[in-house]
Design a protein around this ligand. Structure first.
Ligand SMILES: [Mn+2]
Length: 299
C-alpha cells in the first residue's frame, strides 16, 4: 500500500472526532478534539454505571453521528458501547480485537465486557469479533466469557488461535478458529457482513495487531497491518460509523481497586518513552481514516 499523505485528503478530517480521554491519539492536522481528560480516572479500564452515564451526557451531542471517533488507549474501548447506543438505526457491529471484550464483569462496564452490553442494545442486530488470539478463550479464563449471547447468535468470535473442545462445547458455532482457513480474513469478514445485511458499525482495537507492527497498551494479537487494512477496505462501503481504540498511553490509577485489578489481570503501566509508537499509531490511524473516508465518498 502506498504511504498515505494527509495533505491529499484534507476533507476527511471534518468527519473525525477525538474523544480525548488520555492524550494518546496521534493524528496530524486540525482534528476536532473533545477534552475529556477529567474523566480519565473514573472511566479508564472500567466505569461504574453512574460514571458511564455522566460521560454519556458529556458526549451525547457527539454520539450517533456518521463519523470516525478515536477513543485513545484500549482501556477506553467500552466507550464504544455509548457510541453504538446512540446510533439512529439498526447496525451490525464488526469488532477487530485481540480480546473478545465479552467477559463477565460485576461492577459496571469495562473494556473487556462492553461487547456483552452492546449485544443487548435494541439497535444492535449482532456483533462479530475478529482476530481473537488472547488467553481469554483458553484455560481458566474461558469461563469468564458470556456464553449466553454467543449461544443466542448475538455474538460471534472469529479466532486466530486454537479453539478447545470445551470452548466449542460451550460456544458452539459461535466460536470459530479461522487461523487455518483457506479464505483470507477479508473474505471471511466480507461474507459475514453480507450475510447479516445491516449497515456496519466498525470498532477497531489496534491490540489486534502483532506487537511487531505497533505497540499497544495490552497483550497483542497476530494480525499484520496490511491484513487489517484490507479487511477495513473490503467492508468500508457498508460502514456507517466507526471507532478506533488501541493507541498507547501510560497511566497509574489513583484508585487502589483499579491498580489491584490491573495487577490481577497481569498488567503494569506501559513504560515510556511512547513517542515512536505514537508516530506509528498516527500512520495507521490515518490509513484507517483514508480507507473509510474514501469509500464513503467523503474525501
Ligand atoms: Mn478492546
Amino acid at each position: 500500500m502506498a504511504p498515505f499523505d494527509i495533505h491529499d485528503k484534507p476533507a476527511c478530517l471534518a468527519n473525525i472526532l477525538v474523544l480525548d480521554l488520555d492524550g494518546s491519539v496521534s493524528l496530524p492536522g486540525m482534528i476536532t478534539r473533545l477534552d475529556l481528560r477529567s474523566y480519565e480516572e473514573k472511566v479508564r479500564y472500567y466505569a461504574g454505571f453512574g460514571d458511564m452515564a455522566a460521560l454519556e451526557r458529556a458526549i451525547e451531542e457527539e454520539a450517533g453521528a456518521p463519523r470516525i471517533v478515536f477513543l485513545g488507549s484500549g482501556d477506553f474501548h467500552h466507550i464504544s458501547y455509548l457510541l453504538i447506543k446512540h446510533m439512529p438505526q439498526t447496525v451490525q457491529v464488526i469488532v477487530f480485537d485481540n480480546h473478545p471484550d465479552n467477559m463477565f464483569f460485576p461492577a459496571g462496564i469495562h473494556c473487556g465486557s462492553w461487547v456483552y452490553h452492546a449485544s443487548k442494545l435494541p439497535n444492535v442486530s449482532n456483533i462479530a469479533v475478529f482476530g481473537i488470539a488472547s488467553r481469554d478463550i483458553a484455560g481458566p479464563d474461558l469461563f469468564q466469557n458470556r456464553f449466553s449471547v454467543i449461544k443466542a447468535g448475538k455474538v460471534k468470535y472469529y479466532c486466530l488461535a486454537p479453539v478447545s473442545k470445551l470452548a466449542k462445547l460451550l460456544g458452539g458455532p459461535g466460536i470459530e478458529d479461522i487461523s487455518a482457513s483457506q479464505k483470507s480474513m477479508a473474505e471471511i469478514v466480507e461474507r459475514h457482513v453480507r450475510n447479516n445485511g445491516s449497515p456496519v458499525y466498525l470498532s477497531i482495537d489496534k491490540d489486534v495487531l502483532a506487537h511487531s507492527v505497533v505497540g499497544a497498551t495490552w497483550d497483542q494479537g497476530k494480525m499484520r497491518e496490511d491484513e487489517l487494512l484490507t479487511c477495513i477496505g473490503t467492508i468500508a462501503p457498508k460502514v456507517i460509523a466507526a471507532d478506533v481504540a488501541g493507541d498507547i498511553s501510560s497511566y497509574n490509577y489513583r484508585s487502589f481497586m483499579k491498580r489491584l485489578m490491573r495487577r490481577l489481570d497481569g498488567y503494569e503501566p506501559v513504560p515510556g518513552p511512547l513517542e515512536e509508537a505514537r508516530l506509528r499509531h498516527g500512520d495507521i490511524n490515518m490509513k484507517i481514516v483514508s480507507l473509510l473516508g474514501k469509500r464513503r465518498g467523503r474525501c
